[in-house]
Design a protein. Sequence first.
Length: 398
Amino acid sequence: MKPALTRDDITLAPYQTDRDHDAVTRMLQHAFAGDREGIEGWMKIGGEANFRTLLDSSRPAATLLRIPMGQYFGGRSVKMLGIAGVAVAPEDRGRGYAKRMMRACVQAAHEESWPLVGLYASTHSLYRAVGFEHAGHRFQYTIPMTQIDAGPHDRERVEPLDPDSTELRECYAGFAARYDGMLDRGAYIWQRVKSPRNEEHHPFGVRDEHGTLQGYVFVNQKRRPDGRADVNLSDFVFHTPAAGRRLWALLADYSMMSHDLVFFGGPTHPALLLLSQQRYSVENKDSWLIRVSHMKAALEARGYAPCVRTQVHLDVSDDLVPANAGRWTLSIENGQGRAEPGGRGEIRVDARGLAAIYAGFLTPSQAASVGLASGDHAALHAANSAFAGGTPWMNDFF
């Protein structure tokens, strides 16, 4: 039987090249079925300073990558620490290293005042055990190129864009802030938009009569065995129906040599609503999870509906981050929240329930129906409006 992790000499430490490089590269190769060159290239993009290593005494036993970024909730960007590349060497699996590492990761995030920690999970039970819960969706859409018809549109000029331009990022931010769960991207995520899996995507944009960028797409063509191609998008952003329709027309112009268009979004993507016919297939690819790592910072950083004025009285249990636990009163007014200790504790949640409610993935009443919250029916129902918004989603993967 493998020994339990109860010793004090098991710690989460910053990555050190001379100590950790070979061990971490090997862990990642076995965890993600990659070759050494590809893994080392990915580590370079992630940045060595963002890796953490679980040390058993002085021996690297597990690793993860921290990705500093943000996430939009209620129209405001909340600082979020993304987690990727969680790996344990094959010979060390089953010893509890991953759980021990994630516990330390969440505690460190709290100490550094990160409101949220977020990730995509290969093993949901592991992350739920340390307070993560489902918070949003990522779907794949496949549309036959011959079915793209966005109706009448103006033939505004489409132009290639600089993928690193400030205006492109500003165009994205204005779009993403409208949808709960979208990422406030940092350098790592933008690199994945430009070149996911080392496949270069090219941005094209459309402007209004004043020259302001109103939308763009990142396009890649991938050859099929039959000689035709599929068109893949890593981003599809627009601010007006006219811009969205013009971008659809651009994509339809690829149909002579292309078979399918593939891109990602939530249960729906706003671009789909511009099509004349809803003739496409949808595949649920991923659910992403978040964890509230700093209670007060998280509740006060997100936005709320300006028309809502209320108080939510929470009673939070969190054995991993004791500072989060206890009774809290969330006061909402003018689109902002203020969280203070104390109150009546009318709605009881643990870290998982808090995450799902915070993201708007479940209302308090819905969370109660699946055992993630409890409390007086009237209090639960009254709190439903506090976190109300659209279904949270993102098109990015990390």
